[in-house]
Design a protein around this ligand. Structure first.
Ligand SMILES: C[S@@+](CC[C@H](N)C(=O)[O-])C[C@H]1O[C@@H](n2cnc3c(N)ncnc32)[C@H](O)[C@@H]1O
Length: 218
């Protein structure tokens, strides 16, 4: 869900460093072949993540939720040549499509994919991460956050996608149209309250695309 008028979003994108031409092609193929192409982060969010990576000297990224590899492709381009992006997903079919595009990219060598349930694959990972991007099943967001917080480097940040969930997180609002709320809506409401209550975390929620939570340890 987009909260910003398309005219303004297009203007923002037009004045930003955009993801690669390969990203554009992957976006088109995902829209032509996948049932839920709207899961892709899109150009504006990709540009924002790219800026964070580029400006903060991020070298190692963990992504939870690969899908067809759009966000991984966009973020990896902004990493230094010896940087690494590990991306986790449970669906081997969409990861195969992702790999096709990563193989075409000059910077594709920075991306490493691990297929399996993220709850099982996260504990197998070694080392620390400068940036963790959580964009998978909403019901497990809290577990993912708790698992990755101890794995952050000194200045590491976690970015959590879809925390506005089309506005449905605001109970009783004009966006709260599905009764009873889905498990994803309930999980996101609980997750957002959990972050608000954690005084050991510094967090800011932004209305970029479907809502981003930026979180770091104090
Ligand atoms: C919103 S999509 C990711 C979109 C991607 N970050 C992008 O913008 O290009 C969410 C992905 O999470 C994956 N997923 C769902 N449950 C999962 C789990 N338990 N473990 C790992 N991946 C999971 C889905 O298969 C799906 O591909």
């Amino acid at each position: 869900m987009k909260f910003i008028d398309t005219i303004l979003e297009d203007y923002c994108i037009d004045h930003s460093v955009r993801p690669s031409v390969l990203n554009k092609e992957l976006f088109a193929e995902t829209h032509n072949t996948q049932e839920l192409p709207q899961m892709l982060i899109g150009e504006m969010e990709a540009s924002f993540l790219g800026f964070l990576i580029k400006s903060s000297g991020v070298k190692r990224v963990l992504e939870i939720g690969t899908f067809t590899g759009y966000s991984a492709l966009a973020m990896a381009r902004e990493l230094p040549n010896d940087g690494e992006l590990i991306t986790l997903d449970i669906n081997p079919k969409t990861v195969a499509l992702a790999q096709k595009y990563w193989d075409k990219a000059k910077w594709g060598h920075k991306i490493k994919s691990i297929v399996g349930s993220a709850l099982e694959t996260i504990p197998t990972l070694k080392g620390q991460f400068d940036l963790v991007f959580i964009d998978a099943d909403k019901e497990n967001y809290k577990k993912y956050l708790d698992m990755v917080l101890p794995r952050l480097s000194g200045n590491g940040i976690v970015i959590v996608d879809n925390v506005l969930w089309g506005g449905k997180v605001v109970s009783g609002s004009k966006f709260d149209t599905v009764t009873p709320p889905t498990t994803s809506t309930i999980a996101l409401r609980e997750f957002n309250e959990y972050i608000k209550g954690r005084k050991d975390l510094y967090s800011t929620m932004l209305p970029v695309r479907d809502g981003l939570f930026l979180i770091k340890r104090v």
